[in-house]
Design a protein around this ligand. Structure first.
Ligand code: 9MG
Length: 273
């Protein structure tokens, strides 16, 4: 299966690693280190050297409890980084739910939109439909400010599946080809540990929707709950989660620790039948 994103066609017969580049002062796992333009660009280049297949650049933290930032603040953070990196050998993804940020980022050289709001913001579908960008449609319940307060589902896998099917239908109805779409159950976005584990166990079911699946568990609090480790000490748990995701059908894993994840996936590939 190929994923069409802007100038690129990614061959997903082998799983791909999306490296996270946060250009935010309050990112839960980077502690603001990448706020500066130079630091973000340097970090992005390091992730490419480490074997990232996609870079996901974000200017607004979506961790639980994070405050929203204005459109202008987000643009000021991400655009210089995208402009500087435009022309690199791998796709650049813009992590945003704001249509104007999508539009400006794609014009500046991004190839993909990673939308935790699944193109539900007013105007988002129109903005991306006019482009050739790849799109990740993610499920969440609630908003980052309150989503972990009381997540509730009757049957989490069924409800997330239904939501993603509906968003795929909305995207294709807007003229976006299926080859440009990828779906994500949204681990940690309005989900308890129990919900997250159920989704991970049933991840394969999402592949039946006919588009590739992206999984993002890197350093998330569910891994802290399981291991008792602080956010900066969750690399082993994150890599285990990435490997399990791939074994259960994920085509793309969104991670902080690119080098270690790439190595683990090489070992997995070596024994894959
Ligand atoms: C921005 N962001 C944070 N976590 C994420 C996840 O799990 N998936 C996607 N697509 N984006 C995420």
């Amino acid at each position: 299966m190929f994923f069409h994103c802007g100038k690129f066609k990614l061959d997903l017969s082998q799983p791909k690693v999306m490296g996270i580049v946060n250009v935010t002062p309050d990112s839960f796992s980077d502690g603001g280190r990448h706020l500066a333009f130079e630091a973000a660009v340097e970090h992005a280049r390091r992730l490419i050297e480490e074997g990232a297949d996609i870079l996901d650049i974000g200017g607004e933290s979506t961790r639980p409890g994070a405050d929203p930032v204005s459109e202008q603040q987000e643009l000021d953070r991400v655009l210089p980084v995208i402009e500087e990196l435009a022309g690199i050998s791998i796709p650049i993804s813009i992590d945003t739910y704001k249509p104007e940020v999508m539009r400006a980022a794609l014009a500046a050289g991004a190839d993909m939109v990673n939308d935790v709001n699944a193109l539900q913001s007013e105007g988002a579908l129109d903005v991306v439909a006019k482009t050739t960008a790849g799109i990740c449609l993610m499920h969440k319940q609630g908003a980052p400010q309150n989503m972990q307060q009381q997540p509730h589902y009757q049957q989490v896998s069924v409800e997330v599946n239904t939501f993603l099917r509906e968003r795929l239908a909305a995207a294709t109805a807007a003229g976006i080809a299926l080859e440009r779409l990828i779906i994500d159950p949204g681990f940690g976005f309005g989900k308890s540990l129990e919900h997250n584990l159920a989704l991970l166990k049933n991840l394969h079911a999402f592949t039946l929707l006919g588009v590739p699946v992206l999984a993002g568990l890197s350093r998330k609090s569910m891994l802290g709950t399981i291991t008792g480790r602080e956010v900066g000490d969750r690399m082993a748990a994150s890599i285990a989660a990435a490997l399990i995701s791939v074994q259960r059908g994920a085509s793309v894993v969104r991670v902080h620790d690119v080098r270690a994840t790439v190595d683990v996936l090489k070992v997995w590939r070596a024994i894959k039948e």
